[in-house]
Ligand binder design. Structure first.
Ligand code: OAD
Length: 235
């Protein structure tokens, strides 16, 4: 690790699985019993806002019952102790990286605990029920809040910052993601093209597994703390 200075880490639902948060692509191909296109598209929200609001209200309420696991904690420790640049890009909309203490963190698919007002375009911290139609904390109007979640067909957040970090990193690490959703699934190719070493840690090979220099298969709660130990031992 002596030649590594800048690290970009991408996490997906697998990093939160051991905390009890459901992954998106379960064995039945459903997300908590729903087809993704019924709850995670702007069209679904326009068609049936109550169904979509209730779905995210349940996910948000569930956050209060789960805790960060060993993988989130190890990544927070790495963030605290790594002397070079580091960016943790998560596709997860839960707050487990935040609660574990990661600071150099970016939620590219938005956050359950944030509300986006379609009237004033403001974003506010939110931990209640949107189905109850609360007023926007910024403009005070009812009827315009939606989950601050990037749905299919919408642009992920802070792509310029991510692209810059990928272009400058010497090590790209992907943890607990199936590699099924772009643009995140393409980060490994961008980083590798710019000369970074690439490592994947996942329960099973992701769709883009062959792009990585190294793949470690297993549970994030075991693999990630062991890897962080390795990295910090060598600084
Ligand atoms: P997926 O559900 O597609 O993939 C989760 C991956 O984690 C799978 O490859 C599992 O094998 C792996 N996994 C499960 N348990 C694990 C464990 N304990 N340790 C390590 N790996 C484990 O979730 P994502 O790849 O995050 O987008 O999905 C990407 C995006 O698709 C999500 O951000 C979401 C979704 O639609 C939006 O909402 C825009």
């Amino acid at each position: 690790m002596k030649d590594i200075q800048n690290i970009v880490i991408l996490t997906g639902a697998g990093v939160s699985a051991e905390s009890g948060v459901a992954t998106f692509r379960g064995p039945d191909g459903l997300w908590e019993g729903h087809r993704v296109e019924d709850v995670a598209t702007p069209e679904a929200f326009a068609r049936d806002p109550a169904l979509v609001q209730n779905f995210y209200d349940e996910r948000r309420a569930k956050l209060k019952t789960v805790e960060p696991n060993a993988a989130h904690q190890a990544l927070a420790r790495l963030d605290e102790q790594w002397p070079g640049d580091l960016l943790l890009v998560t596709q997860n909309v839960d707050d487990l990286h935040d609660r574990a203490g990661s600071e150099r963190l970016l939620h590219m698919h938005g956050e359950l605990n944030s509300a986006w007002c379609r009237l004033c375009d403001g974003r506010s911290p939110f931990d209640g029920r949107m189905a109850a139609d609360p007023a926007c904390p910024r403009c005070d109007h009812h009827g315009y809040l939606r989950p601050d979640i990037v749905w299919f067909g919408e642009m992920p957040y802070q792509m310029e910052r991510i692209e810059r970090a990928l272009a400058q990193c010497d090590l790209f690490v992907s943890i607990g993601t199936s590699g099924a959703v772009y643009p995140a699934a393409g980060f490994v190719q961008t980083a590798r093209y710019r000369g970074a070493r690439t490592l994947e840690m996942n329960l099973d090979p992701s769709e883009g597994s062959f792009h990585f220099h190294e793949s470690r298969m297993g549970r994030a709660g075991g693999l990630v703390p062991a890897w962080v130990e390795e990295v910090l031992r060598d600084i």
